[in-house]
Write a protein that binds this ligand. Structure first.
Ligand code: CAA
Length: 384
């Protein structure tokens, strides 16, 4: 049975900060942000949105009546959830008006959890033919004002429906994965902003990618030339280049050019949004599918998922016949183009108003009020 991603959608809030403006305000060289780190703009989250409203706004774009009948399980991956007990997937069930006869669960392992969700979804469909799983990866990446990680903040949600006979990509059963207890990035329960040793994280990421790439080759006998492209977890877009640079010489010269071209395609959306933790690698996949117009059905793409702490997984997907008709490229481009630019002052005010002590439980207000959700939502491909 072929199983994989049947539908995918992305949502990010309507406000955006230009990073050249931020660099000037912080006394940094703009080129450091746009070239050295590889980020142009970042999403700013208003205090009436959170991971649940973002996740629901992504999922509402793809869920049909048929899905409502066939979804048995909602998997919600996040590291910036709204409750320490109750799963964000339960709120999704209400907002999306899904059946009571579903399983709902939230997963956490830094930026990696969405990939585990996808693997669980694939395995569930394999043992329950005809049934479907909704996987949501939604996060707000918050490092703090004037911190070294500030330039890599961002937010957004990816929603995917996993089914048999998928329309976009099949998920191959060739994963290699590893876990190692490292303190490169973490967020103790009393903190709303992440603690990060960005340089250590970059080193661990590169090392885990190289280790898993070698392990993958041993396991599958595949070479770099067998892949049309990569989608990487992108805490900042330069990270993908740093990882790929370690192995790119293994490909023929012509293929190196293709991989480089496709790497740029896979970074485009992420450059405009920033880090979205769990959803980042799947936004990169969506970006690759949206901009690499020379991809064709049967092509194989490698996916590298990394979550600080640290856990990583490398696996491949195969493009399905007619996949290009089901990739929401224009809708995603429009979403990003239509965002409202905010000044550094406005961003700082919005950032502070997101923190718990400056507003009253916005999360439950937002998710209980269906009218507010619809206000934040989409109708016929347009932001309402
Ligand atoms: N023009 C062009 N390039 C310039 C430049 C200029 N004027 N000035 C500097 N640069 C380059 C530097 O040479 C450097 O390039 P290389 O990395 O290729 O050497 C780059 O810009 C960055 O410079 P620095 O290393 O000096 O910058 P920094 O010390 O401020 O750190 C950072 C940058 C590490 C990305 C920092 O912003 C950070 O820590 N961000 C957070 C990263 C993160 O989240 N890591 C966790 C990864 S996993 C994840 O997403 C979390 C999870 O799992 C939950």
């Amino acid at each position: 049975m072929t199983i994989g991603i049947d539908k995918i959608a992305f949502y990010t809030p309507n406000y955006v900060l230009d990073l050249v403006t931020l660099a000037k305000a912080r006394g940094d060289e703009p080129d450091k942000y746009t070239i050295g780190i590889g980020q142009n703009r970042q999403t700013v989250v208003p205090n009436f949105e959170d991971v649940v409203t973002m996740g629901a706004n992504a999922a509402i774009k793809i869920i049909t009546a048929d899905d409502r009948e066939k979804i048995d399980l909602i998997i919600f991956a996040t590291e910036s959830g709204i409750d320490n007990s109750k799963s964000s997937a339960l709120y999704m069930q209400t907002l999306l008006e899904l059946s009571e006869f579903v399983r709902t669960i939230e997963l956490k392992q830094a930026c990696y959890a969405g990939t585990y969700g996808l693997m669980q979804a694939r395995d569930y469909v394999a043992t329950h033919p005809g049934r479907r799983v909704l996987v949501v990866a939604s996060d707000i990446a918050r490092y703090g004002l004037s911190t070294s990680g500030e330039v890599t903040q961002g937010a957004g949600a990816i929603a995917m429906i996993v089914s048999e006979a998928p329309k976009i990509v099949s998920i191959n059963t060739d994963s290699v994965y590893m876990s190692r207890n490292v303190s490169d990035f973490w967020r103790p329960v009393d903190r709303q902003e992440a603690l990060v040793d960005g340089h250590l994280s970059t080193d661990i990421y590169k090392e885990m990618f190289l280790t898993l790439w070698q392990r993958y080759q041993l396991k599958t006998n595949q070479q770099l030339n067998d892949f049309a492209g990569f989608a990487f977890h992108l805490p900042y877009t330069k990270m993908g280049k740093k990882a790929l640079d370690q192995i790119i010489n293994e490909a023929t010269l012509a293929h190196q050019q293709k991989l480089t071209h496709h790497l740029k395609a896979s970074q485009k959306f992420n450059r405009e949004v920033g880090n979205l933790y769990t959803g980042s690698v799947y936004l990169s996949l969506l970006s690759l599918l949206s901009y690499a117009t020379d991809l064709k059905s049967g092509d194989k793409l490698a996916i590298f998922s990394y979550g600080s702490g640290a856990e990583a997984e490398l696996y491949s997907v195969t493009l399905q016949n007619g996949f290009e008709n089901h990739v929401p490229a224009k809708m995603t481009q429009q979403l990003l183009l239509k965002r409202q630019l905010v000044s550094v002052n406005q961003y700082e005010t919005m950032f502070k108003s997101q923190l718990y002590d400056s507003h009253i439980n916005i999360n439950s207000n937002a998710v209980k009020d269906t009218k507010l959700f619809q206000f934040l939502g989409w109708h016929n491909g347009e932001r309402v």
